[in-house]
Design a protein around this ligand. Structure first.
Ligand code: PLP
Length: 400
């Protein structure tokens, strides 16, 4: 068996050995409930509070502003629904602003709010996938209770100018004498970007541990002090009434270790990934005709290459590469005749053809030159085969 070439780090990453080591005692004999009054419980509680401090250092915020959750999806749901509902309860308004290229955790949370009478503005992006700060500010009105724009896109890796967007929203809010909380989905950002909440200018920020070599089922929600927030999970008073339920002690401890490591090594990570990613893009384009890069060339995560292989079905390419021991992902879910194109690529003005022929390669610190060599050797043949198969399969129609 060939060694697996893992190029799907945007989907998930392997647990860091240091995170695993830190977690193990809490999966073993340090199993206490952090709320318990005896020493075994206090020990677990101390571990949770130590982890909270470490996360706060990484985000440059107060420990009390850190809430541990079950992952990115929960953090995002809590941020959007928690702020929107608290603001409506206080009769502040019922309008939310977000972008068209957000993860479904954001978009579906917004759609949930729409079912309960909220209005949502989905700000479009340009062909490179960028959100215009002025367009976001223009979408804000007297009834706006929350703005949510992602830090970096999971499909095309485009990095949004979050600090500029947040500043534009603050200025607009000042003009209309409002204070409008700003949330960012930073789930894809932790390995390569600075997560200082003040530099980003954000009031809420969501993270998912398994994207930065922490454990699955664990996440972080930063909530700036004073931001209106209604808990979405009610029960015991854990996490200062913002997220009830007995803490996932091992997950929390692993999250803190992994986040600290990721934030400390982001420059080396960016250098390493960028060099290999550029080798990948240049090599693929030189070897095979008809290939295009999706998303902004500069404002993108250093580990992301989103490439459209026109005339090939991306799902078939994923299958063919998997046979060669290479793992990557398709930009769209599609059958042979019916296609569910990626909302991100479609919002960027891509054709259906481009959307369904897009592959995402996402690298990591563990990616080697040999991995890229393996991909560059396997891809031309796979593309040729997939293109031939598509030619015989006929035309595509969007799913309706
Ligand atoms: N937001 C972005 C940008 C993501 O990439 C993901 C995961 O793919 C999520 C949110 C949801 O994170 P999780 O599935 O870990 O809850």
């Amino acid at each position: 068996m060939k060694r697996l070439v893992y190029l799907d780090n945007a989907a998930t990453t392997p647990l860091h050995p240091d995170a695993l080591q830190a977690m193990l005692p809490y999966l073993g004999d340090r199993f206490g409930n952090p709320s318990a009054a005896y020493r075994l419980g206090a020990e677990a509680g101390k571990a949770v509070e130590g982890a909270r401090k470490k996360v706060a250092q990484a985000l440059h915020c107060r420990p009390t502003e850190v809430v541990f959750t079950s992952g990115g999806t929960e953090s995002i749901n809590a941020a959007i629904k928690g702020v929107a509902e608290a603001q409506r309860l206080a009769r502040v308004g019922n309008h939310v602003v977000t972008s068209a290229v957000e993860h479904h955790a954001v978009l579906h949370s917004c759609q949930y709010l729409e079912r309960f009478g909220f209005e949502v503005t989905y700000v479009p992006v340009d062909r490179q996938g960028l959100v215009d700060p002025d367009a976001v500010a223009r979408a804000v009105n007297e009834r706006t209770v929350l703005v949510s724009v992602m830090t970096a896109n999971n499909e095309v890796g485009v990095i949004q100018p979050v600090a500029e967007i947040a500043a534009a929203v603050r200025e607009r809010a000042r003009q209309i004498r409002r204070r409008i909380p700003f949330h960012t989905d930073a789930v894809q950002a932790a390995n390569a970007l600075d997560l200082s909440v003040d530099a980003l200018g954000v009031d809420l920020l969501s993270l998912s541990s398994h994207k930065f070599r922490g454990p699955k089922g664990s996440g972080v929600l930063y909530i700036r002090r004073g931001v209106p927030f209604l808990s979405q999970i009610d029960g015991g008073g854990q996490e200062r009434q913002r997220r009830a339920g007995t803490e996932n002690v091992a997950g929390i401890v692993g999250t803190a270790v992994a986040l600290d490591l990721a934030q400390r090594s982001r420059e080396a990570y960016a250098r390493h990934c960028r060099r290999l990613r550029d080798r990948l893009i240049d090599g693929v384009m030189a070897a095979t005709p008809g290939i295009e890069l999706n998303g902004h060339t500069e404002a993108r995560l250093p580990n992301n290459a989103s490439l459209a292989f026109e005339g090939a079905d991306a799902r078939e390419l994923v299958r063919l590469l998997d046979e060669e021991g290479i793992a990557c992902s398709a930009g769209a879910a599609c059958g042979t005749q019916v296609v569910e194109p990626s909302h991100v690529l479609m919002a960027m003005g891509a054709t259906l053809e481009r959307a369904v022929s897009t592959l995402r390669f996402s690298l990591s610190m563990e990616t080697s030159d040999e991995d890229i060599d393996r991909l560059l050797a396997a891809l031309p043949g796979a593309v040729e085969r997939a293109r031939r198969e598509r030619e015989t399969a006929g035309t595509l129609t969007p799913a309706g």
